[in-house]
Design a protein around this ligand. Sequence first.
Ligand code: ACO
Length: 330
Amino acid sequence: MALHRRIGILGTGAYAPAQILTNKDLEKMVDTSESWILERTGIQERRIIGPDEDIATMALAAGRQALANAGIEASRLSFIIVGTNSADYLFPAAAIRVQDALGVNRQLAAFDLQAGCTGFNYALYVAEHLTAPEGKYALVIGSDASSRFTNWTDRSTCILFGDGAGAVVVGPVPQGGIKTSFLASALSMKLLCQTEFNAENSPFLPPHQTTHRHFLTMDGPEIFKFAVNAVKESIRRIVEMSRIEREELDYVILHQANHRIIEAAARFAKLPLEKFYVNVHRYGNTSAASVPLALHEAVTEGKIKAGDKVLLVSFGAGVTWGAALVIWSY
Ligand code: ACO
């Protein structure tokens, strides 16, 4: 599809639930230690969604903030896209619940998109290509509540994840914008979460053979290797496609899964660690929310300025991976 307009990020927002779960708290729940978690992951604490919240309420809070920061009214949006892996309902989409809460029913198209922790990069890519031909606006959100399908008796996974949401408004920009982006995927069953939605009441399927089907399971070391390679490939591809030198990258917002993955990625990419934003210690892995939540904090802290070449990179279950090079517009 030919891109007619330069599309960029106009504003960011984020939301993190109030409840904090520390490593010390986890010591009381599973056979682990504060120091093991910190050494192996860099995570100190993560947020847990409240009983009255869900991915749509978190998405709405982040989305409202992004719209306010962009100075764009919801009525000017043409699309709302939520990247998520923890839908409370198979339907309606969380994006439509956000649309309703913003008071723009019937005025735009809203839908969810599932691509593991790469969900935000996927949603951003789709939004870029939907808005570019006619210079439209889209609200792009990553929102996940992994705590709702985490097995809280499995120490190898429950220490890693946290809940939250992040959002951006995309639309036409006079300068800068998304310069290059790509997505990729390949089947891997090493990070798995089966649903319990099907089979239970169907007379056409055998009864469940296993319990805990809906809990997330993971081959941590294999995912670690995949993650580092995915980041390496993402940076190489973006550098080639944009015809820039990797040293020209000003800032990298990498999926916050594990501090050791961020360190390894920086090493392989031959980029200083200072160019990588880090908040994994405060939120853990917030899945599709991770990149927009980190981006919002980096912008708020003044780490990103107009003209900066900012790389947004993520990887996740599927497996999926992808990146976007954004020349910051404001
Ligand atoms: N506390 C104490 N010990 C533990 C814990 C824990 N919470 N979890 C595992 N261990 C033990 C294991 O049982 C193992 O013991 P053993 O040697 O006696 O068998 C030992 O620690 C080492 O386990 P490993 O799995 O080899 O540890 P590793 O250094 O690889 O760290 C980790 C595990 C943190 C999960 C790491 O592999 C990792 O971060 N992988 C990537 C995970 C990830 O990022 N997933 C999501 C990406 S995609 C997405 O975001 C959806």
